[in-house]
Design a protein around this ligand. Structure first.
Ligand code: PEP
Ligand code: MG
Length: 880
């Protein structure tokens, strides 16, 4: 004997039972519970659907008995009976999953009609045409959804009859014409399926329930679940509800209303309605719905009720609602309420306003906002209403949208940029050499590289749109063309990219401006009151530093000094330094760099006045500053061919050095503190530049707070040697200037050994900062430049890994090292200051981990600072 219950009357449930009743069912139950006018009905649970699917798409014993019992109760409430000619009950059968999947699964309306009941409906409504129109729609919907027949065949029959009757619109067909259409529909069903259209309403209901269960696994629902991360096993509930008719004349109608504007968040009802119509008419687009405000004139009493109900529902749920309603002969009925989907801008405005109106508290407002969505409102975006087709999709590497002419050559990008033209720099990948072309570009598009490739990091840092790893692009650099989707894009053609979605479009697209308003600022300040983690920015230039401050950064957690070496006016000097054969020659080059670096630091420290600024000494391998060996070979051959042997000989010297610096595994090679140990004069120059800049600012009345950070330390001795070096330089600057100042010297923890011996390293370090980009690559043994382009997408596709560990911090592996290092460090130095400056510092799930691991701050690119402020507050709320 089956005792488990699978079927629940609306009055038995509540909003808390979403898992069992689905979102729609739970909300219908809730509205019934609080006394709102909801047509009677019942819900078949999601569990029933799961059992149905597990049983090989078969109804299991006991289920339909429960359905018939519920039906009897529904009939009693409605005062109507399914299949009875007098006062026939008609029902809708709708899917309703736990997570809303709009339009993905099936719906059947007007169920219960047959050759008998249609006459009863005609008699009850006094409208024969109306009754037969419902019947026709029902057969068509049932044939299509339940009996899996093509929609088009029904449409063709309908068209034929309209032509014969000489009418343009469905509603101009009279009852007899509809009767003839119905006969043709039934005949068509019998011929096409070998089965008659079922006239028994109980058989109709059984078949409809099975169809809704099965629609959980239709292809569009599967795709929707995949793209929205909805688990496959949940199943859908089925709601069986008494039909209400919005098409019973001019005092009836139907519509959809949001309690606030879903695109801007403005208060006030937003939506549309149609008089004398059923739900399908609104979506079918045959008649244009009217703005909801006009309902106050057409259906005044129902409108007043609707306004009150909207307020009540919003207050009850504490959030903006998306409501479906129908008015039958002047009486309002609610068919659905759910939390309304909204744009990022509207989400902010609504959360803010609900607090002001006393409907939710500040913490709830902060909780409501999806941090990553916020990057969307800080950039220009593509108009969400535009109907556009992407020619290709790459990785959404840096949000924001951009349009411009395609340029392959960074020099040309620079030139056109100076002329004020808009360009999109298109390259297979970018390198530090391309920076001068990246700066003036509106956006960057590459065919290779992952979310942390050079282009992606640089673009995010600049808040510049970037799509990378767009493998569908066949970029031919020699001919300056891109082949994609059977088309060829040439230099100078206009393209658009959307760095928030990875989409690439040909031509211009309509854009919308970012709307960063007062409300956003207010919510971020509420977040600041809630969070424990500090938020700093990764910024390498004074502009970045200013931007970061504007977005609320409380300091710089990582200033990468190599980007300063890449600028056009410095690179030749840096190359001179690298090519130097003797210490004197190298020192001469460094002497030229010193004032330039000092100027950089002075500007950045000034921009960060009063806030800590962590400056990292040189990190990348030196060959990154030299041209590539291949390019040099080609250049030398060309110079020789032109007879310019002198220039060729000069380039050969560069070639020799480039070859000498070549490494099998550059990421594990001669970089980071290893450079500082072998060429102490480089680090000494940088330290001097930092300290002299500090002294200058102090003289000018500022309060600079520099912090020096040594990269890639794995052994305490590395840090010890370099710390001594930096301290000696500091002592010299203090002695020469007569000005004392404080400057903590700390280290990055970015190789596993450093994490393992963190207790020893802490004796020498005044702070730790986790470089989780390198720590991820060295912990996994993945080269980050290669992994993302080569195998990582396969790993993700095949679910070997759930997330890209360069995006979302790998808590089990890398996270364990971080915890170990925090513990070790604080065992030696209680209260040791610890932060993170890898890309994960701006990623909400990783920020949650940083909170739990007891870090003091996270540091991320300026445009992700607001994201981090919110995510840090949410982490505090979640883990409190
Ligand atoms: C890191 O490794 O996480 C880091 C911040 O340094 P970079 O990305 O410059 O190697
Ligand atoms: Mg690093």
């Amino acid at each position: 004997m089956e005792t488990k219950r699978y079927v629940f009357m609306f009055e038995e449930g509540s909003a808390k039972q979403k898992e069992m009743l689905g979102g729609k069912g739970a909300n219908l139950a809730e509205m019934t519970r609080i006394g709102l006018p909801v047509p009677h009905g019942f819900t078949i649970s999601t569990e029933a659907c799961r059992r149905y699917i597990e049983s090989g798409n078969q109804l299991f014993p006991g289920l339909m008995e429960q359905v018939w019992e519920a039906l009897t109760r529904l009939e009693e409430k409605a005062g109507k009976r399914l299949g009875l000619r007098e006062q026939p009950l008609l029902v809708s059968v709708r899917s309703g999953a736990v997570f809303s999947m709009p339009g993905m699964m099936d719906t059947i309306l007007n169920l219960g009609l047959n050759d008998e009941t249609v006459e009863g409906l005609a008699a009850a409504t006094g409208d024969r045409r109306f009754a037969y129109d419902c019947y026709r729609r029902f057969i068509q919907m049932f044939g299509n959804v339940v009996m899996k027949m093509q929609h088009g065949a029904f449409e063709r029959i309908l068209e034929r009859h309209k032509d014969a009757a000489g009418v343009e619109f469905d509603h101009l067909l009279d009852a007899d014409q509809l009767v003839a259409i119905i006969a043709n529909y039934k005949e068509h069903i019998r011929r096409a399926t070998g089965q008659p259209f079922p006239l028994d309403p109980r058989q109709q209901l059984t078949m409809a329930i099975e169809a809704v269960f099965s629609s959980w696994n239709n292809p569009r629902a599967k795709v929707y679940r995949q793209t929205n991360g909805i688990p496959e096993h949940l199943g859908t509930a089925v709601n069986v509800q008494m039909m209400i008719f919005g098409n019973m004349g001019e005092t009836s109608g139907t519509g959809v209303v949001f309690t606030r504007d879903p695109s801007t968040g403005h208060p006030g009802l937003y939506g549309e309605f149609l008089t004398n119509a059923q739900g399908e008419d609104v979506v079918a687009g045959i008649r244009t719905p009217k703005p909801i405000a006009e309902m106050s004139r057409d259906l005044p009493e129902a409108y007043r009720q609707l306004v009150d109900t909207c307020q009540l529902l919003e207050k009850h749920y504490g959030d903006m609602q998306d409501i479906e309603f129908t008015v039958e002969k002047g009486i309002l009925f609610l068919l659905q309420t759910r939390t309304g989907k909204r744009t990022a801008a509207a989400a902010v405005r609504i959360a803010h306003d609900l607090v002001e109106e006393g409907k939710i508290d500040r913490a709830e407002a902060v909780r409501r906002i999806e941090p990553t969505q916020m990057t969307k409102i800080l950039h220009r975006g593509i108009d969400p209403d535009a109907k556009l087709e992407a020619v290709a999709r790459g990785l959404p590497a840096s949000p924001g949208a951009a349009t411009g002419q395609v340029v392959f050559d960074p020099d040309l990008a620079e030139k056109l940029g100076k002329e004020g033209q808009k360009v999109i720099l298109v390259r297979p990948e970018t390198t530090p050499d391309d920076i001068h072309g990246i700066i003036p570009a509106q956006g960057i598009l590459t065919s290779r590289g992952g979310m942390t490739c050079h282009a992606a990091i640089v673009a995010r840092g600049m808040g510049k749109p970037c799509v990378c790893g767009c493998e569908a692009l066949r970029i031919d650099m020699d001919n300056e063309t891109v082949a994609v989707a059977g088309r060829t894009i040439k230099a100078g053609d206009v393209v658009s990219i959307d760095g928030a979605t990875g989409a690439v479009y040909i031509g211009e697209v309509p854009m919308v401006d970012p709307t960063l308003g007062e409300e956003f600022g207010a919510i971020l300040r509420w977040a600041d009151d809630l969070r424990h983690l500090g938020v700093r920015a990764n910024a390498d230039t004074p502009e970045d530093a200013r931007k970061a401050r504007e977005f609320g950064a409380e300091g710089i957690g990582l200033c990468r000094t190599e980007h300063m070496f890449m600028a056009q006016d410095r690179l030749p000097i840096v190359q001179e330094m690298i090519l130097a054969e003797t210490l004197d020659e190298r020192q001469a080059a460094l002497d030229k760099l010193l004032p330039i670096q000092q100027g950089d630091f002075e500007e950045i420290l000034e921009a960060m006045e009063g806030l800590p600024t962590t400056i990292r000494l040189l990190d990348p391998p030196l060959h990154e500053f030299l041209p590539k060996v291949d390019e040099l070979l080609a250049e030398i051959a060309l110079l020789r061919g032109q007879g310019d042997y002198h220039a060729a000989a000069q380039r050969e010297q560069v070639l020799r050095r480039a070859r000498a610096l070549e490494e099998a595994n550059p990421m594990l090679g001669f970089r980071g503190c290893r450079l500082g140990i072998v060429y102490p004069e480089i680090y000494a120059m940088q330290a001097r530049a930092i300290f002299q800049a500090t002294v200058n600012l102090l003289r000018r009345g500022f309060r600079p707070q520099p912090e020096v950070m040594i990269p890639l330390v794995g052994h305490p001795n590395e840090l010890l040697a370099l710390r001594q070096l930096v301290e000696e330089v500091k002592a010299e600057v203090v002695r020469a200037s007569g000005i004392e100042f404080n400057c903590p010297i700390g280290t990055m923890i970015e190789v596993p050994r450093a994490a393992l011996v963190a207790d020893q390293i802490a004796g020498t370090a005044e702070f730790f900062s986790f470089g989780t980009n390198d720590l991820t690559q060295t912990t996994f043994g993945f080269s980050r430049d290669d992994a993302e382009g080569k195998f990582l997408h396969q790993y993700l596709h095949r679910k070997v890994l759930e997330h890209n560990p360069f995006e979302v911090l790998d808590e089990e592996g890398v996270g364990q090292l971080i915890r170990l290092a925090v513990d070790g460090g604080r065992r030696t130095v209680p209260g040791l200051k610890v932060g993170i400056c890898g890309e994960h510092g701006g990623e909400p799930r990783s920020i949650d981990f940083c909170h739990r691991a007891g870090l003091n701050y996270v540091s991320c690119s300026p445009y992700r600072v607001p994201v981090a402020r919110l995510a840090a507050a949410q982490a505090a709320l979640r883990n409190s």
